[in-house]
Design a protein around this ligand. Structure first.
Ligand SMILES: Cc1cc2nc3c(=O)[nH]c(=O)nc-3n(C[C@H](O)[C@H](O)[C@H](O)COP(=O)(O)OP(=O)(O)OC[C@H]3O[C@@H](n4cnc5c(N)ncnc54)[C@H](O)[C@@H]3O)c2cc1C
Length: 455
């Protein structure tokens, strides 16, 4: 019997591919007409538009291995060197994020007194033992209030679009908690771990970029990876196949599917839910209400993606990768990616492409606005923050009402109790961005791990 993988996002596709390359039959059941989930690249009027993720850090072995197995490794494209500059909009201006700790002391990204407070981090105390703190609590204890509301807030916004008062420090930035546990000071922990990693890289002769990973995509956008997975899986992928029910059988599962509008049943030895956690909750509710409630308890931040394309010469190429906006600035724009600076091939003939991410956990109201209103708001805020007033030749809006899962305080405990709850249901598994990492790399790593375990 086959493994039924429910959900054809990157997680489900990678899992099915891993199973099949290891000789285990698997089918992917995807509700919509296309696979990829959040990963969606659109070629339009000379622009390559990403509706979801734009890039990944090329340091995850599972991602490289996957790209190699699919024959698309040579199509990986690192960001232009110009993208090494990054900015935060704070105290009314775009300010450069220093690339090294010494640069930080002379940078104006924080006020003078806040920089002194950050130096005091070297003497900061460990947090209470065994308490899952919020990211903001951890930040304030170590870095002080200003660095927390400006720097830490901006960094988490770029990944989670979340609220640092609610996010779990350990679930979102485990490295920081590890630094605190092992070195007391985050700064000392970072310095020592960088030193150790440099030593290890030098001894195996690897490049320095192996330490941090290069921000990368594929020559045709991240859709290249999805297309290659879909091609490799062939008719094992069923699109327009929405799973509506799961029925446990003496050995395995009956999966109720609505495929091209018709009800179909499939018998599977194992079922993997690679769907958003609220969808998994809906499917499990008739079987196990407590398990469904735990899944439903994982909140999502809504996010709107607004692309603005500019004719060649209509606007100067902005410097750097882009900028992030801490919530304290009161903007609807969470951050802007200078796409045509970072990946010049994504805008043909010298065009300019900016992608604004808007809304997030603290401004869910923004995402509910209509498309014209979102474009107008993005342009108004960009003008105020960067002075950009040119009229775009292309605008495109994608809304994700449940964009990014939020690993709130208690997330790790919730995961442990989900794992315990799943033991009641042999042959039922979960993967996807709601559990062990929200990035594309995390999804690939978790699906690969599960694929190996099931195969
Ligand atoms: C705007 C945005 C920007 C992002 N930027 C980045 C970035 O730059 N870098 C990065 O690493 N990550 C980024 N991410 C995160 C990353 O894209 C996601 O975490 C990842 O793509 C999630 O993949 P998934 O397969 O786990 O889930 P999904 O992509 O949500 O896939 C789940 C699939 O399940 C299907 N489904 C739902 N219900 C059913 C059902 N009943 N039956 C069958 N199928 C069903 C859905 O249609 C969907 O295709 C971003 C996310 C968003 C939204």
């Amino acid at each position: 019997m086959t493994v039924a993988v429910i959900g054809g996002g990157i997680s489900g596709l990678v899992l099915a591919h891993r199973l099949r390359t290891r000789g285990t039959e698997a089918v992917v059941l995807e509700a919509t007409a296309r696979v990829g989930g959040n990963v969606q690249t659109l070629a339009q009027e000379g622009y390559l538009l990403e509706s979801g993720p734009n890039s990944f850090l090329d340091r995850e072995p599972a991602t490289r291995e996957l790209a190699a197995a699919l024959g698309v490794e040579a199509r990986i494209r690192p960001a232009d060197v110009a993208a090494k500059n990054r900015y935060i909009f704070t105290r009314g201006a775009l300010r450069a994020v220093p690339s090294s700790p010494p640069g930080f002391l002379t940078s104006d990204i924080l006020s003078f007194s806040a920089r002194l407070r950050v130096l005091g981090e070297l003497f900061s105390a460990r947090g209470p033992e065994g308490v899952d703190e919020s990211l903001a609590q951890l930040g304030r204890r170590h870095l002080g209030p200003e660095a927390t509301t400006v720097l830490l807030d901006a960094v988490q916004t770029g990944i989670y679009a979340g609220d640092p008062e609610k996010l779990s420090a350990e679930a979102t930035f485990p490295q920081l908690v590890k630094f605190e546990r092992e070195h007391r000071s985050l700064i000392l922990g970072a310095i020592r771990s960088q030193r150790a990693a440099r030593k290890a890289t030098a001894s195996d002769g690897g490049p320095k970029s192996k330490l941090t990973g290069l921000l990368s995509t594929f020559d045709g956008g991240l859709g290249v990876l999805v297309d290659a997975l879909a091609a490799a899986l062939g008719d094992a992928v069923h699109t327009d196949a929405k799973v509506e029910g799961l029925v446990p059988q003496p050995s395995g599962w009956k999966v109720r599917v609505r495929e091209h509008g018709r009800p179909v049943e499939l018998l599977a030895s194992q079922v993997v839910l690679a769907v958003p956690s609220h969808v998994a909750a809906g499917l499990l509710r008739p079987l196990d209400e407590p398990l469904a409630a735990k899944l439903e308890g994982i909140p999502y931040a809504p996010i709107a993606v607004v692309h603005l394309g500019f004719a060649p010469g209509a606007t100067p190429k902005p410097d750097g990768f882009g900028f992030l906006v801490p919530a304290v600035e009161g903007k609807a724009v969470l951050g802007t990616i200078h796409v045509s600076t970072t990946f010049p091939f994504r805008a043909e003939g010298g065009r300019g492409l900016l992608t604004c991410l808007m809304g997030g956990a603290r401004r869910p109201d923004v995402v509910a606005r209509d498309e014209d209103a979102l474009v107008a708001l993005a342009r108004e805020e960009l003008k105020a923050m960067t002075g950009l007033s040119a009229t775009p030749e292309l605008t495109q809006v994608v809304r994700w009402p449940r964009g990014i899962p939020q690993y709130t305080v208690g997330h790790l405990e919730r995961l442990a109790s989900l794992d315990a709850g799943l033991k009641r249901w042999p042959g039922l598994h979960l993967t996807g961005n709601a559990y062990r990492g929200v990035g594309v790399n995390d999804c690939i790593r978790d699906a690969t791990r599960l694929g190996d375990a099931l195969a």
